[in-house]
Every structure is written in C-alpha cells, then in structure tokens.
Design a protein around this ligand. Structure first.
Ligand code: ASP
Ligand code: MG
Length: 412
C-alpha cells in the first residue's frame, strides 16, 4: 500500500493535472491512496473570499476569481457535465455559508476546505475520462477532529477505525482524496492548518501501515537550502527522520512539521520527489544515519524580536521569567529563539500582528518592552567553518546563538 500526495504546485494548471494523471497511471491500479491539495494558490484565493465576506461586491469579485480559475482548467481538460455540476454545487455552498453568520474560524474552514474538494473532483473525473479507474473519497469521513477550527486536532482512535474501512476498497482500487480537511463529531468541516495536506497523507499512511509515502513537489527533493536564495543548494539523497523533523521546526517549508512523527513511529519511509521528473531519485527520509551531512540553511522571514527589560534595578528573576512564559503559553505564541541577560529577556517569534500586539500589551504591564519587526532568522544546522563565519559576520546581526551543531542568527 502506497500513499501519494500532490501539492498545489503540481496541480496548478491543466498540464499539472495531466502530469499527475500520468504518474498515477504508471502505478498498479490498486493499493494506492492519493491525497491532493487545492490547485495552485486556491487556498489563498479562498481566504480572500472569507475575508471579503462583509462586502457583497468584494466577495463576488473574490469568488469569481476562484470560479474562473477552475473553470478554465476544467475547460482545457475537456471535462463536462458531472464535474461542472459538482463544482458549481460547492460554489453555491460557499455562498450559503457566507450568509450563515458563523463565527469567523468556523466559517473559514467551511469555505477554504472547498479548494481540496474541487481539486480532487477534477482529478477524479479527469482520470476517469482517460480510463484510469479510481474512487473519489471524502476524507472528512476518515479524518476526525475536535472543534479547534483552522487547526483541528486529530482524534486518532476514531480516525484510524474509519481509515481501516478503506482497506478492502484499496485492495482493488486507487482512491483519490483530499488533504488538509477533516470533520468534527457534529459534522462541521475543519482544516488541519495551512499546508496541512502533507500531514493528512501521513495520517492515512500511518493508519493503513503503508509501505511508503511519496510527496510530489516542484523541487527535486529536500535541499540543504532554498534554491531561490542559494542557487548552489544541493539535494539530500537520504535524511534521518530526526534531521527532517528538526528542519521543519526551524522553518524549512518543504514538508509540514506534523508529517514526520506519525511516519517515524511506524517506520514508514517518506520520499520527496519531483513531479515533473518522476524518474529522478529525490530524497528518502527514513530511519538511517548519514555521515557528514552538509550544512543545512533555513531562512525564516517575518520575525519579531521582543525584549523585556526589568525597570527597577533588580535582575531578571525566575518569577519574571514565569510571567513571560505564562503570557506566551496563554496566547499560544511559539518561541523561535531566546536569550537572557542580567536585566532582560529577548526572544524571537513569528510576527502575527494580532497576537503579538496582545502579547506586547500584556508584557508592558510588567516590563519595559522593546520590539523590532521585519527580521529574518537564519538557522545553520551542521555548520562547518565556512558557513559559521559567513553567517555570523554578515551585516545587521541583532542576536546570535550557537551550539555544537547549530548556529542561529537574527538579522535585519
Ligand atoms: N491547500 C492548503 C494550503 O495551501 C493545504 C496544503 O496545500 O497543504 O495551505
Ligand atoms: Mg499548498
């Protein structure tokens, strides 16, 4: 049993859909579960639909953008009635949801989840039109979550029982399903957090004890840096689970951070492969040891450095630290880096304006608070002499920290 996951970039246009179909057709017609994301930038477009809901004109314009994008793809793929009707129905549901007065996050999930439903329907029908047999499956009937909208937490025991029911179908079929989405006990749609389709693939694979997962991407595999920033970046041929998990923690966006754990627990290897060049090896992430990994460089933009300074000539105490950590935990803000001195604690967090201004307000009740936004956190894991010196000595370093294996610098 294998699980494939195709991201938005693989399905961004009609050529992408054809390409994905070719990859699927080259596999045996059974024991394959395919998880898809929304096409291209659909999720961003659907977010604009949600945010624009209060204004009728803006809402219609935003929704039309999504409609046109998909109908053009459907046209070029020469698909007709069933898929056009099914997709129209989903757009009607969006219009109904928007007038339903739901709380913001709940509404978000009901609307944004349509992207994956649409892309999976298009792929399903396109495959049928090419005589590639497959079953469409609504993954909300398999992935059960709580009511934590936009970041649904998976109920693993219910989920694994539901996924188990797919096994007899998979014996003679390929299943096409959606990433990113799930359902609450009460039947409302939830999403698993942005870029969560990788995690969905890992959930299906873990519950089915799959032999492997392949994430098909527009890059040649997992690279030691973002090739857009560092053109000399190279592809890892293999990586230990632990290394891959840490990369995602530091902000490498190649795989969703929650993906590794369920696979590592079951020892299911994860391949990251290039969808426009399927013959290429890509990266195998599994239980292994790799000697002399090259330095791995991760850039995390949009960082905010916050410094809390005591105001009364005392030193920063454990009690004061606990006030800071309490505020962070209550507001669910994750620290990316921290450093303390006699009179202050400084830390770096992702800048989400809403949350961060609340955090600063709270901290100001106890400390003198300084902050800087628009920063980049650079992490160099497994550094060597050259990278160590290069990143420390660049201009605009505000904070620096290193251990025996990892260097982090925060720069303007
Ligand atoms: N479509 C969703 C997003 O763009 C989920 C995913 O692509 O993994 O965040
Ligand atoms: Mg995506």
């Amino acid at each position: 049993m294998k699980v494939f996951k195709f991201g938005g970039a693989s399905l961004k246009d009609s050529q992408g859909v054809k390409n994905v179909a070719e990859i699927i057709a080259s596999e045996p017609p059974r024991n394959l579960l395919v998880v898809v994301s929304a096409m291209g930038k659909t999720t961003d477009m659907l977010e604009r639909v949600v945010w624009s809901a209060p204004s009728k004109n803006d809402f219609q314009a935003a929704l039309n953008e999504v409609k046109q994008y998909h109908s053009q793809i459907i046209d070029v793929l020469c698909l007709d009635s069933p898929v056009i009707d099914e997709v129209d129905m989903l757009f009607n549901e969006i219009e109904n949801e928007v007038s339903s007065q739901r709380p913001a996050d709940e509404l978000y999930d009901q609307v944004v989840s349509k992207g994956e439903l649409i892309s999976s329907l298009i792929l399903h029908h396109y495959l049928l039109s090419k005589n590639i047999a497959n079953r469409w499956h609504d993954s909300r009937n398999s992935i059960h979550t709580d009511r934590n909208f936009r970041e649904g937490r998976v109920d693993w025991s219910k989920t694994s029982a539901s996924i188990e029911m797919l096994r007899p179908i998979l014996k003679d079929n390929i299943i096409i399903t959606q990433g990113f989405i799930g359902k609450t006990e009460g039947g409302l749609t939830t999403t698993l957090g942005r870029e969560g389709s990788d995690f969905s693939a890992a959930i299906f694979a873990s519950c089915l004890n799959a032999s492997s997962v392949v994430i098909w991407k527009d890059v040649p595999g997992v690279m030691n840096a973002d090739p857009k920033r560092i053109p000399a970046a190279t592809v890892f041929s293999e990586l230990p689970f632990k290394e891959a998990a840490e990369m995602t923690y530091y902000g490498a966006s190649v795989i969703h951070p929650k993906t590794i754990k369920p696979l590592a627990n079951k020892g299911i290897p994860l391949f990251v492969k290039n969808f426009s060049n399927p013959a290429r090896e890509g990266t195998k992430i599994h239980e292994c040891t790799v000697d002399k990994l090259p330095p791995l460089i991760v850039f995390k933009d949009n960082q905010c450095l916050i410094s809390c300074k005591v105001t009364d000539y005392t030193f920063i105490s454990e009690q004061q630290l606990s006030i800071i950590f309490h505020a962070l935990s209550e507001l669910d803000v994750r620290l990316n880096l921290m450093q303390n001195s006699a009179i202050s604690l400084s830390f770096c967090v992702d800048f989400r304006e809403n949350k961060i201004s609340k955090l600063i307000e709270r901290l100001q009740q106890h400390f003198e608070v300084f902050y800087n936004t628009g920063l980049t956190l650079i992490t160099v894991k497994n550094y060597d002499e050259i990278t160590f010196e290069k990143y420390r000595k660049q201009k605009g370093v505000l904070l620096e920290q290193s251990s025996r294996s990892t260097l982090q610098v925060l720069v303007k």
